[in-house]
Design a protein around this ligand. Structure first.
Ligand SMILES: Cc1ncc(COP(=O)(O)O)c(C=O)c1O
Length: 393
């Protein structure tokens, strides 16, 4: 089959590939602990499920407006205004099936051949994939362990050219769990305003902050006009399979993104949107309980990893991932790279993890482990990793 040329530029998410390999091992009777996939292991809170059922029974089974149901757009505008301390109106909100389409649609709307987009590396792999897919140049911005997985603002400045159309930030961060400081956010905002660049601010982990407070770049004057906030329900309310997310952006851009929705999905499923209103307006205790559980697991996994000789792991401030440095183990085991070590851990230890390079070239020497798993499973994984690493001598 002759595919369009652009398909050769489309990347993927390694987590799904590793999941398939881990499942294949399980089918052979092996016991595997899954730390590869980034999704809460909790069930969606029951009040949200009940709201969806009620919606289905009361006729929310039809097409709706491409940008989302007005009542959900209003609820999102209110929630985002409150959580970020800004003033958002519903016309700035576009509801999509998950937060991911906001990346796709806004990168596609704002950049193309000849343009440049700066993105975090290591970072969520879909950023680089989509930038390349639309024909723009993907410009990596290094996040380093020395900076607790944030970037050097002078390096960001040096990467900006007259062709830069967008800067992507993600805080709390997947895969490193780092958070951008107030100073870094402010400096990024100044650069964006000075050069008239849009910032795609992926804030999907807003509720999973364990140290300090969540800060949005939109808090700085003039930034609402220069920002697309990406957020959704997957991580905050354990709703990954529902496919419900949104973007908040200038109205002019929202109209274009809604047009892309009309051209692709028509609209987001109506009954899930009604459930989204319940998620935002209903009781929040389940969501807070999940965040507290993640914090407890974070402390256990970080301590356990640091006890394994050759592995050192920073304490992440948010999200549900750790990004341990495994350079010494890679060397000791004579592995070609971190990916070879990740393969060894799956085969030898029965623990599915990702190589840091699944998130870009600057992830070399690191692994990513998701701690969205039970404490018994995390303890089992730590023991098995420890044993497999000890075998390397
Ligand atoms: C940084 C980041 N952004 C966005 C998403 C997409 O989430 P969803 O499309 O499920 O809302 C994810 C999911 O893993 C993520 O880690």
């Amino acid at each position: 089959m002759r595919l369009a040329e652009r398909m050769s530029r489309l990347g993927t998410e390694t987590a799904f590939e590793v999941l398939v390999r881990a499942k294949a091992l399980e089918a052979q009777g092996r016991d595997v602990v899954h730390l590869e996939i980034g999704e809460p292991d909790f069930d969606t809170p029951s009040n949200i499920i009940e709201a969806a059922c009620r919606a289905l029974h009361s006729g929310y089974t039809h097409y709706g407006p491409s940008a989302g149901l007005p009542e959900l757009r209003q609820a999102i505008a209110d929630d985002v205004s409150r959580s970020r301390g800004i003033k958002v109106n519903p016309n700035q909100v576009v509801v999509t099936p998950g937060g991911k389409p906001i990346m796709f649609f806004t990168i596609m709307t704002l950049s193309g051949p000849g343009d440049e987009v700066i993105y975090p590396n290591p970072g969520f792999p879909i950023f680089e994939s989509v930038i390349k897919f639309v024909g723009a140049k993907a410009v990596p911005l290094r996040l380093s362990e020395e900076r607790e997985f944030s970037f050097d603002i002078d390096e960001l400045r040096s990467k900006v050219t007259p062709r830069t159309r967008m800067i992507i930030i993600n805080s709390p961060h997947n895969p490193c769990g780092g958070m951008l400081s107030l100073e870094d956010l402010e400096a990024t905002a100044e650069i964006a305003k000075e050069h008239d660049i849009m910032v795609l601010s992926d804030e999907i982990y807003i509720r999973l902050v364990y140290e300090g407070e969540f800060l949005s770049i939109t808090r700085f004057p003039g930034m609402l006009e220069h920002t697309i906030i990406l957020d959704g329900f997957s991580k905050s309310y354990a709703m990954t399979g529902w496919r419900l997310g949104y973007g908040v952006m200038p109205e002019e851009l929202a109209a274009q993104v809604a047009k892309l929705m009309t051209n692709s999905n028509s609209c987001t499923a109506a009954f899930t949107q009604i459930a989204g209103i319940e998620a935002l307006k209903g009781p929040q205790d389940e969501s807070y309980k999940m965040a507290a559980a993640f914090k407890e697991r974070r402390d256990i996994i970080v301590k356990g990893l640091n006890e394994i000789p050759g592995i050192s792991c920073l304490m992440p401030k948010g999200a549900f991932y750790v990004f341990p440095n495994v350079k010494e183990v890679v060397k000791r085991g004579k592995f070609a790279n971190a990916k070879a070590l990740a393969d060894y851990l799956l085969q030898e230890a029965g623990v599915a993890v990702l190589s840091g390079t699944a998130f870009g070239e600057y992830g070399e020497g690191y692994l990513r482990l998701s701690y969205a798993n039970s404490i018994p499973n995390i303890n089992k994984a730590l023991q098995w990793i420890g044993e497999a690493v000890a075998k390397l001598g």
